[in-house]
Design a protein around this ligand. Structure first.
Ligand SMILES: [Zn+2]
Ligand SMILES: [Zn+2]
Length: 111
């Protein structure tokens, strides 16, 4: 996906790859945002996680980049919602509705 910093050496480090696997295991390989929406009855079918997201961005808290509690397994769709600034055709209003650092607020999804 354009805009993703895949070239960042951090994502190629042994430590990250291991922790990423651990986080996926902890979350049962499922997208945690989807699971929240699923439990709330908003969606019928949770999606599998395809990446592990930093709840507090590494930019803000590089010291938390390898802390399990700061990680959250997400599917591509939900992950995008956490990074509205990365979207090419950014819808500005999603930026304002972003969850505050450390917390994940439920958002109404468009059907
Ligand atoms: Zn999801
Ligand atoms: Zn992310």
């Amino acid at each position: 996906m354009p805009g993703y910093k895949e070239s960042d050496p951090f994502y190629h480090s042994k430590e990250w790859k291991k922790l990423r696997m651990d986080a996926l295991m902890r979350d049962g390989g499922m997208c945690q945002d989807c699971m929240d929406k699923f439990r709330a009855g908003i969606i019928r079918r949770p999606r599998r996680a395809v990446m592990v997201h930093h709840i507090i961005p590494r930019k803000e808290r590089p010291d938390l980049e390898l802390v399990m509690d700061n990680l959250r397994s997400l599917c591509a769709t939900c992950h995008e919602e956490h990074h509205p600034e990365r979207r090419a055709k950014a819808k500005r209003k999603t930026a304002e509705r972003r969850a505050p650092a450390g917390g994940h607020r439920m958002r109404v999804i468009k059907v």
